[in-house]
Design a protein around this ligand. Structure first.
Ligand code: RB5
Length: 144
């Protein structure tokens, strides 16, 4: 189950990604926002990250204008590893190496077809484990 969240700057891209996932038969929950009216992006990062922390969802996709503010917000939550993505190579590597459980995209930066490829690449990739798990354990130790 994938949690979706956005602010007004990421609303159109979030709607596109929601349809893209639904067309592929991938379940998602939409935590808003639900229009282009101005809102505060940290609130929607919080909704998605708390859904993951509670186990309601196992992954998240966040969109704001640039993807920057919402990714900074998401990375404040324990257990969340959010990658701000601009291209598909990093989408694969952030799963293989960082086991990113959330990705952030910029609705004012990344076009829909590239965003769809980034999402698909991240979802299809597998965490490589091994030395990368050790590095994630070090990151997790910073949360204590
Ligand atoms: C909202 O205007 C904009 O600041 C936000 O969507 C995002 O780009 C912040 O990082």
């Amino acid at each position: 189950m994938i949690a979706l969240g956005c602010d007004h700057g990421g609303y159109q891209l979030k709607e596109f990604i929601k349809k893209h996932l639904e067309n592929k038969g991938i379940e998602c929950k939409d935590y808003g926002t639900y229009s282009e009216e101005s809102v505060d992006y940290p609130v929607y990062a919080q909704k998605v990250c708390e859904a993951i922390q509670k186990g309601e969802c196992d992954k998240g996709i966040l969109c704001c204008g640039t993807g920057i503010g919402i990714s900074i917000s998401a990375n404040k939550f324990k257990g969340i590893r959010c990658a701000l993505l601009r291209e598909s190579f990093s989408a694969r590597l952030t799963k293989e190496h960082n086991n990113a459980n959330v990705i952030a995209l910029g609705g004012r930066v990344t076009g829909t077809e590239l965003a769809a490829d980034i999402v698909d690449t991240w979802l299809d990739a597998k965490f490589a484990g091994g030395r990368h798990q050790n590095r994630i354990d070090i990151i997790s130790s910073f949360e204590k």
